[in-house]
Ligand binder design. Structure first.
Ligand code: ADP
Ligand code: ADP
Ligand code: SF4
Length: 589
């Protein structure tokens, strides 16, 4: 079975010569496979032979023709003929945190709109509620949808892009939260999320991490039947992520909680079950039945779903224990002495350290510990108050918070920062793996958060510099995009012998990306120490000891999994001082 999708935002029939219709072989022999109705192309799927000529000929890349992986019944919903099609739905379950794991653009929001009664499913035609209920009769999903159709379900929703909250709410934080306090738990949430000092602040003055916690408090304090959190991790440090995970697990004792999350260590800790979603982003998505969280994440990493008989990625995402490179082989980029920075209420002390050429250094530490301050000193934007920092390095920097305020296209921006744009290296090693081909002619202002993130990472790596600093590149990227971005950054460092420093709180990303780690310790908002870069094992131990968390290795995929606090393994690993590489692996190194 084949489906044809036309992206209506990209399709611009006034600006093309109707190449899709002109070149379509069945049209040439008299079939009405592609016709123009009211000036817009319509593709009839059962007349299409799947040659893909229209896909290649469309000047705007607006057409996708793809085979569905198996015989499937009608979709639960389709956005009209040649629109995105969704197959299957997740089921919210009281007493459980249900995770949704899949790429961006695969139908997660569509599914949640149906579950919250905002979107009436159409079964790919003009189905009535009766027909929908008939199709799912006798299943848990059918019972749930009957409630949606008959009484409605009250949904509480934490939106994906918290940066946009100040556009729709003004005033102080307390004013916003008072309206959501329907369960009488707000004060407790405010305390636990560490946002009590923000109550009198203007919403417009909050940082991303502060907005994220306020939005989570607002959604969790409502009284609803179904709670949906669309990404909880962006802008939160590991400590805050784990804290939110505990809060949502408590909420789920009485309620149905559903979460989209791309930080897999966090999803693993947080969710009871996951529905995996595969397909072709922008074209169709298939939601699997629920799987246990461990098995589900393992299948996702392998790219292989045995029950569904689907392979959606050629290679598995693997966690390897890299042997450290021998130090003397690698020339240093800079060796710096101790320095410190004293602000009125914060002090950063940096130990002396060396950063090498061609390496990727992961930077770990809580928010408010001085990471940005350190980066600004390396970049020469700030001068330390003691210790000298002779800095001749040219730095390219991707900030944590991105703004699309330039009136240019993606291509226009990238061409303005590099002369390599047309080179085959740039096209194959950077643009393609970053998935930017299809976005080239889009204006920066039209991009989604994840698209803007990929453009910002690419622009940062495209500038001519000695040292590349990327602050939270994972925010809003899905798992595939994170892994591809990690590969691009690593290969970039290796092939250009440039140094890349990455601040991120996604442990899996940091593990896949980094050769060494720099750990920041201290009391957030008061003082911080920037330790010198360490080998992975030492660095992970130093960092995790500070937050009191240990990881074991999954038997099948060797991915790290957070140990339950005070479990046998947790206690044993803490005694041995092996927080990240349990002892067998530590011995093998
Ligand atoms: P996700 O939440 O997984 O990122 P969405 O459910 O938002 O995915 O979107 C899946 C696809 O459906 C996207 O390709 C999007 O363009 C399309 N889509 C979403 N809403 C509409 C709509 N109202 N009309 C047509 N297409 C839509
Ligand atoms: P991180 O990047 O780890 O989140 P930052 O370096 O941004 O941490 O901030 C560390 C601390 O320094 C915070 O408490 C912040 O308020 C304070 N700080 C940062 N920049 C300045 C400045 N220019 N003046 C005064 N205090 C600052
Ligand atoms: Fe026509 Fe081939 Fe496009 Fe199908 S894939 S609509 S047959 S050009």
């Amino acid at each position: 079975m084949r489906i044809a999708i036309i992206n209506r935002d990209r399709c611009q029939p006034k600006k093309c010569s109707k190449e899709c219709e002109y070149f379509c072989p069945p049209v040439r022999t008299g079939d009405e496979t592609i016709v123009f109705v009211d000036g817009k192309p319509v593709i009839t799927e059962n007349l299409c032979v799947g040659c893909g000529i229209c896909v290649r000929k469309c000047p705007f890349g607006a057409i996708t023709i793809t085979n569905l992986p198996e015989e499937m019944e009608d979709p639960i919903h389709r956005y009209g003929q040649n629109g995105f099609a969704l197959y299957g739905l997740p089921v919210p379950v009281n007493g459980r945190v249900t995770g949704l794991l899949g790429p961006n653009g695969i139908g997660k929001s569509t599914a949640v709109s149906i579950l919250s009664g905002i979107l009436r499913p159409n079964l790919g035609k003009n189905a009535t509620w009766e027909e929908v209920l008939q199709r799912y009769a006798g299943s848990a999903l059918g019972d749930y949808l009957r409630r949606v159709a008959e009484k409605g379900v009250k949904t509480s929703y934490k939106p994906q892009y918290v940066d946009r909250i100040p556009k729709s709410y003004s005033g102080v934080v307390g004013g916003l939260l008072d309206k959501t306090d329907e369960r009488g738990v707000l004060q407790d949430l405010v305390d636990r999320l560490g946002i009590s000092k923000l109550i009198a602040r203007e919403i417009s003055s909050l940082s991303g991490g502060e907005l994220q916690r306020v939005a989570i408090a607002a959604a969790a304090s409502r009284d609803a039947d179904f709670y949906f959190f669309d990404e909880i991790s962006p802008y939160l440090d590991i400590y805050q992520r784990i804290n939110v995970a505990r809060i949502l697990q408590e909420l789920a004792r009485e309620k149905a909680v559903m979460v989209v999350e791309h930080d897999l260590a966090l999803l693993d800790l947080l969710a009871d079950n996951v529905h995996l979603i595969y397909g072709v982003p922008g074209a169709y998505g298939v939601i699997t039945r629920p799987k246990g969280v461990r098995v589900g994440i393992n299948q996702y990493l392998r790219g292989n779903l045995p029950e569904e008989n689907v392979r959606f990625r050629d290679s598995a995402i693997a966690f390897e224990v890299h042997a450290p490179r021998i130090e003397k082989e690698i020339p240093p980029l800079i060796a710096y002495g101790a320095f410190s920075m004293q602000y009125p209420t914060f002090r950063l002390q940096a130990d002396p350290g060396t950063i090498r050429r061609g390496e990727v250094v992961g930077i770990l530490g809580p928010n408010g510990i001085g990471k940005s301050t350190y980066i600004k000193i390396l970049a020469g934007v700030e001068k330390p108050t003691s210790g000298s920092f002779e800095n001749q390095l040219k730095i390219s920097y991707k900030p944590q918070y991105l703004k699309a305020d330039l009136d240019v296209t993606v291509q226009g921006l990238l061409r303005s920062v590099t002369r390599e744009f047309d080179s085959s290296y740039y096209q194959t090693e950077i643009l393609r793996p970053m998935g930017l081909d299809a976005l080239m002619d889009q204006a920066l202002t039209e991009l989604s958060g994840g698209e803007l993130q990929r453009v910002a990472i690419t622009a940062c790596l495209s500038r001519e510099a000695d040292l590349y600093l990327l602050d939270e590149p994972s925010a809003h990227l899905d798992v595939e995009q994170r892994m591809l971005a990690a590969k691009v950054m690593r290969r970039f460092a290796e092939s250009t012998e440039k140094t890349v420093l990455v601040v991120d709180h996604d442990i899996y990303l940091i593990d896949l990306l980094s050769e060494r780690l720099m750990v920041f310790e201290g009391i957030p908002g008061s003082w911080g120490i920037a330790h010198a870069p360490l080998e992975m094992r030492e660095g992970m131990n130093a960092f995790l000891k500070g937050i009191g968390i240990t990881f074991r290795r999954d038997e099948d995929t060797h991915r790290p999994r957070v140990n339950k606090p005070e479990s046998r393994l947790d206690r044993m690993q803490k005694e041995q001082g092996e927080y990240y590489y349990p002892v067998e692996e530590a011995k093998a190194r």
